[in-house]
Design a protein around this ligand. Structure first.
Ligand code: PFF
Length: 454
């Protein structure tokens, strides 16, 4: 069969911003600050950075390498590199994981649409009870569902335009806007009186909160935040030209993503501290996912220029969520186009339908389906837990094992150095190789075992 030439990213910058757009998302703004709040502040950051370098960077390099060499969706990329083997089912699992993540991700994406709309009509006022209004919003059977579908439709509308005109163009615009906006919110947050306590909280470690659970939480967060383990980097890498530097791109995206998580923390935590002190109450930054949707509206309603800050913040949240959701949808869409031979439009429609239905269950699990539990978790929490803490690290483990053990060492090094054209010192490429082959798989396995036995 004659293969149609695949679309590629138009420029290096576009490719990097698309990958950074995938990595930077709700995970940075909505998940990182409360994970940090729960797990010892700076102690968590430290652990997170170690996981990032030792486990995640090697997995990202593996995923990138497999995608660029395989030049296809996860299923076919594995099949091309190990023809006829069972490995392609790992690729299939990655597609499934992406669909599962998108299904609960679009629910929170929907919340950010609603909060952006609310902030535009200046709905946050001094007297509001934000816990109550958030609770009654997410437990309503219809409203959050509607916003979930709006968010999913927005994502689909970008994906329909393809890699260059859709993903690349929108990522460039959105990520640039996102940075400008978040810096503005940080400036507003840090200039509030008392904000410095929040900064201290972020950077002074509390090791007493570090337990075995913290390790799996940091690992899960790192995998989730970097978008690795479920084929998004692999799929984007399959659209990358052969002369890109895999190692430099991976390092750049990881660095960018971590910086952004810390910047998002600086936008949120100091503001929460400042307003709590102003009201003479204890700041609560471990308020779980509600931090962004309950604590922050209260904070915005009480600070000078708060309305503007709220609009900017929820716009940033939405932009970050959309650029990540498009990378998740693209994995599924690429699979449907290439394996089921459907047009891009039909693939997007199918993905919208499937994720919309599963997303509806996730959304309803905050309301009418609250009593329905899977392994003791609500549908939403179940998807969040199994994808971040199990599917992504497991996917990462298998990707690293494939790159380290199934690909020949010569092929691995050849791909990493673009057939010797890049001047990567030999010691560095060998270090990466052994991180991929030994350190990352063993490390991930140990953390798994540690969690299951503790
Ligand atoms: N990295 C995204 C975030 O931090 O919000 C979430 C995500 C996107 C996870 C894509 C996994 C993925 F494949």
């Amino acid at each position: 069969m004659v293969r149609k030439p695949r679309e590629t990213f138009g420029s290096r910058m576009g490719m990097l911003l698309a990958m950074a757009g995938s990595a930077i998302g709700l995970g940075n703004i909505w998940r990182f600050p409360y994970m940090m709040g729960k797990n010892g502040g700076a102690a968590f950051i430290l652990l997170y950075v170690i996981m990032l370098v030792v486990l995640c960077l090697p997995v990202m390099v593996s995923e990138y390498l497999i995608g660029r060499r395989g030049e296809s969706n996860p299923f076919s990329s594995f099949d091309r590199l190990a023809p006829g083997s069972k490995w392609r089912w790992i690729g299939f699992l990655a597609v499934l994981a992406s669909a599962c993540i998108l299904s609960f991700y679009c629910v929170v994406g929907g919340w950010s649409v609603k909060y952006l709309a609310d902030s535009c009509i200046l709905a946050f006022s001094d007297e509001g009870d934000y816990a109550l209004s958030f609770g009654s919003f997410i437990s309503n059977p219809w409203k959050p569902l509607l916003y979930t579908l709006i968010f999913l439709a927005l994502t689909g509308a970008i994906i329909v335009f393809g890699v260059r005109k859709g993903i690349e163009r929108m990522s460039k615009v959105m990520i640039t806007m996102l940075f400008v906006i978040i810096v503005m919110v940080v400036v507003r947050s840090l200039t509030l009186p008392g904000a410095i306590e929040g900064v201290k909280y972020m950077f002074v470690p509390d090791f007493t909160k570090v337990t075995a659970d913290t390790c799996i939480a940091a690992m899960g967060q790192a995998f989730f935040s970097l978008s690795i383990g479920c084929g998004t980097i692999l799929t984007y890498a399959s659209y990358v030209k052969k002369d890109e530097n895999i190692l430099a791109s991976s390092a750049w995206v990881s660095f960018f993503d971590t910086m952004f998580a810390i910047i998002a923390g600086l936008a949120i935590i100091p503001a929460v501290y400042a307003i709590a002190y102003m009201n003479g109450v204890e700041p609560d930054v471990s308020a779980g996912p509600g931090l962004v949707f309950i604590t922050l509206p209260g904070v915005f309603s009480q600070m000078p220029l708060g309305n503007l800050a709220a609009i900017l913040f929820f716009l940033a949240l939405l932009l970050a969520a959309v650029t990540s959701a498009i990378s998740l949808m693209e994995v599924v869409v690429a699979f449907i186009i290439e394996e089921m031979h459907r047009s891009r439009k039909k693939a997007v429609a199918l993905c919208f339908l499937v994720c919309g239905v599963v997303g509806a269950f996730c959304s309803l699990s905050f309301g009418p389906l609250a009593g329905f539990k899977l392994f003791g978790l609500s549908v939403f929490d179940f998807f969040d837990y199994i994808t971040s803490n199990i599917m992504l690290p497991l996917g990462g483990l298998l990707l690293a094992v494939f790159a380290g053990w199934r690909l020949r060492r010569a092929n691995f090094l050849d791909e990493l150095t673009n057939s010797g054209k890049l001047r990567i010192p030999r010691w560095l490429s060998l270090t990466i190789y052994y991180l991929v082959k030994l350190v990352a798989p063993i490390g991930i396995l140990l953390i798994f075992l540690n969690t299951f036995f503790s």
